[in-house]
Design a protein around this ligand. Structure first.
Ligand SMILES: [Zn+2]
Length: 543
């Protein structure tokens, strides 16, 4: 026995053994499209090429019933939920912004004043995932295999930072003041050389000069006759919301901002992802690497134009080309069958409410400035003092002095009754009710988005088709947004493609938190700490 052990040990000493991970892909690429409705896959399918969305849809596993399972459906919570496999109630990213009581000020979900910006002097670089309370699937990968590389890229800071997690080798996002990709000292002391080289070799000016015109002949477009509609926000320099769009007439700082709504910004991000793939040798390590890409531009443009617009139709034809380009690059660098790609969205979007009401559909606006004034007046009349600190994302925060007093429940019940009388309100719950058994599925979604330290003392949601706006100006009836618990915001595409992924359409209902639960079994790692999702088992059925 002893001899056998000695022989075995000596074999280990003498042979040069190289660790290889069991059956895992060489690289996982997670693509999040910021603001993508499920139906875009079908509406735009006839004009997609064979190498982009169609390749993922027709050659991979296509999950057709995946929805968000909490409210609010914003970008920060969306990215955090996809990658942690849990809801804001556990990962703590309850909005893009919230009132942070420990700091007594508003914060953005990736703000971090303790870090140093890298690649810029601007505050755009003061970011990290420090508000994220749970591990991401990418954290779990790095915790298990420190030799794996995890890189996150996006135009939006939160779109790069939250997917890449706490242990990332790097996360990179767009600097609005220079047009370069930047990072922070959370990840390293200085920007890697390849990032500076990219800025030199791919100057932003070379992207800014390209006007945005239709990619295909106008007869190919379903919405070709709907270029000029009353529902679109005018972007800078335009008198009508019509093609072509160009940046060259604008001052440079406005070019840098408006560029983020141009499809060329997706190309810029894909080019940057290519630089990361090459420089970081992704897919060429002993253990699985993970690249997260979040395309922010469809959201920035989508807010302005709405989901039924010629601009968004063209945006997705162009994004299709970017996906095709990315898959071709992966085939070359990692090899067909060696990588896994998944694609989803951080939320979808409501049609422009004005368009809904023009077509006799339910919807409309809640003008918050007037409502807030009314609630503060009610407070003065009833309690002789204004107890409201602020209202943010339909969360009402009481001033600190009026919290945890015998009167607090009276304040909250008074506001609850008033908000409940607004015709735009669907449901309003106090913080006590948010911590009790839910009264219905809408309350359950609100609870899944609730964090006692970060959320307000009273939260309300609006009726289907309604958007909150500040004041009732003519411009307020243009453009659109997201954030609700309704299907127009929650129903998103989910596509898996690549190594060992079967070709199938799956109609089983799943939640957005199930993506990370599925990645657990693609990567063969322990579940991330607060994950509550369930694996999409159809992916693993051997045929
Ligand atoms: Zn958005």
């Amino acid at each position: 026995m002893k001899l056998k052990l000695l022989v075995l040990l000596s074999l280990c000493w003498t042979t040069q053994s190289v660790f290889t991970q069991k059956d895992a892909p060489k690289l996982v690429v997670g693509i999040v499209v910021d603001q993508m409705c499920y139906d875009y896959l079908y509406r735009f399918y006839p004009n997609f090429g064979n190498g982009g969305f169609k390749r993922l849809m027709d050659k991979g596993s296509h999950f057709r019933n995946v929805t968000y399972n909490y409210v609010p459906t914003f970008t920060g919570p969306g990215h955090a939920s996809i990658y942690t496999g849990t809801t804001p109630s556990n990962h703590g990213i309850i909005g893009n912004d919230w009132f942070h009581r420990p700091y007594n000020r508003g914060v953005n979900c990736v703000d971090d004043t303790s870090v140093t910006a890298l690649g810029t002097q601007s505050v755009d670089g003061l970011c990290s995932p420090h508000f994220l309370r749970a591990n991401t699937i990418t954290d779990q990968l790095k915790l298990t295999y420190p030799s794996s590389k995890v890189i996150g890229v996006s135009l939006k800071d939160r779109g790069a930072i939250l997917p890449a997690g706490h242990l990332a080798n790097g996360a990179y996002w767009y600097d609005y003041s220079s047009g370069k990709f930047i990072s922070s000292s959370f990840y390293f002391k200085s920007l890697p050389t390849w990032v500076n080289d990219f800025s030199t070799q791919h100057p932003i000016a070379s992207y800014l000069v390209k006007p945005w015109n239709l990619l295909k002949d106008s007869s190919c477009y379903y919405y070709s006759k709907m270029d000029d509609t009353p529902y679109e926000v005018l972007i800078a320099g335009k008198k009508k919301p019509i093609f072509p769009y160009a940046l060259s007439e604008l001052p440079f700082d406005q070019q840098l901002t408006n560029f983020t709504a141009f499809p060329e910004a997706n190309t810029y991000l894909t080019d940057f992802a290519f630089a990361a793939l090459t420089a970081e040798s992704l897919g060429k390590h002993a253990t699985t690497d993970f690249l997260t890409i979040s395309y922010s531009t469809p959201d920035i443009a989508g807010h302005a134009f709405g989901p039924f617009s010629l601009e968004m139709e063209d945006m997705y034809f162009r994004l299709d080309n970017e996906i095709a380009r990315l898959l071709t690059k992966l085939d070359k660098q990692v090899g067909k069958g060696n990588y896994v790609v998944f694609l989803t969205a951080d939320h979808a979007v409501v049609p422009v409410p004005e368009l809904l009401t023009d077509h006799q559909l339910p919807g409309g606006y809640l003008f918050l400035a007037d409502k807030e004034k009314g609630l503060r007046e009610l407070s003065m009349q009833t309690f002789q003092v204004d107890v409201i600190d602020r209202i943010e994302n339909a969360n009402i925060y009481l001033k600190k002095a009026f919290l945890n007093t015998p009167m607090t429940i009276n304040y909250l019940n008074t506001f609850k009754a008033a908000i409940g009388r607004w015709s735009e309100t669907k449901l309003v719950l106090t913080k006590e009710e948010l911590q009790q058994a839910p009264v219905n599925n809408w309350a359950e979604m609100m609870q899944a988005g609730y964090d006692p330290e970060r959320s307000g003392d009273l939260i309300f949601i609006l009726q289907p088709g309604f958007l909150p706006k500040s004041t009732d100006t003519p411009g307020a009836h243009k453009g659109t947004s997201h954030g609700s618990a309704f299907n127009y915001d929650t129903h998103v595409p989910v596509l898996f493609y690549g190594k060992d992924i079967p070709q199938q359409e799956v109609f089983t209902p799943y939640s957005i938190t199930d993506i990370a639960a599925t990645l657990v079994h693609i990567l063969d790692v322990q579940r991330p700490n607060a994950m509550v999702g369930k694996p999409m088992v159809e992916l693993f059925i051997k045929r």
